[in-house]
Design a protein around this ligand. Sequence first.
Ligand SMILES: NC(=O)c1ccc[n+]([C@@H]2O[C@H](COP(=O)([O-])OP(=O)(O)OC[C@H]3O[C@@H](n4cnc5c(N)ncnc54)[C@H](OP(=O)(O)O)[C@@H]3O)[C@@H](O)[C@H]2O)c1
Length: 348
Amino acid sequence: MTFLETEEAWERLRSVRSEADTGPAGLVRGPDGRRRWSAPASPQARLLVDRYLPLCLAGPRLTIAQLGQSLDGFIATRTGDADYVTGEEDRRHLHRLRALADAVVVGAGTAVADDPQLTVRACAGTHPVRVVLDPRGRVPLDRRVFTDGSAPTLWVVGATGERRPAPPDGVELLTLTETDAFAPHQLVRTLARRGLGRVLIEGGGVTVSRFVHAGALHRLYVTVAPVLLGDGIPGLRFDGTPVMRDALRPPVRRSTLGEDTLFELDLSAPRPDAPLDGQHRDTGEARGEGEHPVDHGHGQPLARAQARGAEGPGGDALAGAPAADVQRQRHGDQGEHHQGQQLGQRRV
Ligand SMILES: NC(=O)c1ccc[n+]([C@@H]2O[C@H](COP(=O)([O-])OP(=O)(O)OC[C@H]3O[C@@H](n4cnc5c(N)ncnc54)[C@H](OP(=O)(O)O)[C@@H]3O)[C@@H](O)[C@H]2O)c1
């Protein structure tokens, strides 16, 4: 018997942008309401449906983030070395996320430390637009995102940094002068207005943390590698809650990526306003003015994208996950309170 294998399955999934595309791609609904391949498929090909179909069906507005981290919560050593925190399978996963995005966003720290390419190489797919968040214009012009010409690059800078040189040919400079223009929701809107509605925030810790804390993410992927660094560049850090019952405990799906464990957190459920009083611990910069609970735009909540229609509004979050891997969010007495990295391999 011939089985649908991984590469063909990925090709088919990449063609899915709406429900209407699922049939032609060879997907049908199973008795449980979940999509599956109509033809016999390898376990890996089946897994791709569970993991990526919700993203394919999420619509034109989607903001996700990823971090690969050590067991003790660091995304790089104290010297900034992140080659490699997680393993090859996580790298492939990261490249798949890139392939499903219109834009891949990194903070200035990552552009400086890693000199990433941010292109799709470990799987089939189109390179997203590369976006560098660099309010002070401190990223050197010899970085590959500025020089290799392999994909478009948008260099987002602030009004400060007057000594910033002109961008190289092929790099678009976007200067944001408004005070809150770098707030995550504003950035998402700015990118969407440029046709970049599906966004992957790829790192580093400061950048992803800001998006998490602002409630600007639909989904967060954290891959944990069985390695201890002792100290280093921290992953997620934001103003936390004083008591455990108020901690962010979003629906989560766990799966294995080689020796690593992938945690897929669904942050798309409505949540009360996150506290916006904070100064970022790492930078001391205020952020988040005017932030609002996550804007789903025209997209669909990821939690129900896979099994939508079959389950109705009460459907399980992270539908499509193996049941044993789905851990429902616990709610404290206050009701819903949703608050909650190794770059794949940092072979970027
Ligand atoms: N393991 C992984 O998954 C992974 C992924 C990526 C990176 N890394 C590692 O992480 C390290 C870098 O991470 P990091 O946390 O230090 O820095 P980062 O998140 O890459 O960059 C942070 C900086 O980007 C700018 N920035 C980002 N978002 C902004 C916003 N919304 N508004 C204003 N400015 C914004 C700011 O620049 P200014 O400081 O100039 O204001 C900020 O300090 C590197 O060592 C890299 O190797 C690991």
